[in-house]
Design a protein around this ligand. Structure first.
Ligand code: SF4
Length: 180
């Protein structure tokens, strides 16, 4: 009887999922196009990113994944997530670096062709964040690798991720012209 009541309630009640947040489509389009132009000026093609979870809680990953979902659909601006560091321009690293991931992160860095950029994402990647001082963590990403840019937030929203990538590429384009 209790099961019938539960099923009936499930059939007729409203879904528990929250509506998607409002999105500024025009602002997002402007950001995406800016990133595409900066990447093509700097690299002559779109930007290839290898994401590395060095020990995150997965909150940062959810926002990074959102860049490719149907809602944001950043691939329309040429942003590409690649499976191999050998195809990447940017290593996007999240989380405090756990001791278990330290070696894998170093190997991923070594496997990425020069020149390459390391971007740390989220408070944990900056200095260990919530996990700073843990016996299981080496510290922030900067404790293991040279970091070129940091995108703050816990977790940073997709717009902040885009803004951080644009700032990185535009700064490097200004510094060295269009020669990679
Ligand atoms: S910065 Fe926040 S969301 Fe990202 S890994 Fe740390 S606790 Fe999780």
């Amino acid at each position: 009887m209790a099961l019938t009541r539960l099923l009936t309630k499930g059939l007729f009640s409203r879904p528990l999922t929250e509506p998607a947040p409002p999105i500024e489509e025009a602002a997002l389009k402007r950001l995406g196009e800016r990133l595409d132009v900066a990447a093509r000026l700097r690299l002559g093609r779109s930007l290839a990113i290898r994401q590395v979870d060095a020990g995150s809680c997965n909150g940062c990953e959810l926002e990074i994944h959102a860049l490719s979902n149907a809602f944001y659909d950043l691939e329309r601006f040429g942003l590409r997530f690649v499976a191999s560091p050998r195809h990447a321009d940017v290593l996007l690293v999240t989380g405090p670096v756990t001791l278990n991931m330290r070696e894998a992160l170093l190997r991923t860095f070594d496997a990425t062709p020069e020149p390459k950029w390391v971007v740390s994402v989220g408070g944990c990647a900056l200095d260990g964040g919530l996990f700073a001082g843990s016996y299981a963590c080496a510290g922030g990403v900067g404790a293991v690798l040279p970091v070129d840019a940091h995108i703050p937030g816990c977790p940073p929203a997709p717009e902040a991720l885009l803004g951080g990538l644009i700032a990185l590429i535009e700064a490097n384009t200004r510094r060295s012209g269009s020669n990679r």
